[in-house]
Design a protein around this ligand. Sequence first.
Ligand SMILES: [Zn+2]
Length: 71
Amino acid sequence: MRRSRKEESVETCHISGCDEAGERSMPRKKVKDALEKKMEGEGKRTQLCKTHYREYKKATKVERKLEQLRR
Ligand SMILES: [Zn+2]
């Protein structure tokens, strides 16, 4: 028997349209700036699945590299 999403203790990824299980909790604002995706849920922190966490890490890495190059 499948439980509904609300009853599950594991939160799902907060990226809109994504149903993967949340792996990491990240500051919402940072994720929004980095990924520029629609997000569900409320609060200061947001859940990211493995895939989106990787995307987020990639996005922030690129950003950091560009900042270094600007020097
Ligand atoms: Zn996701």
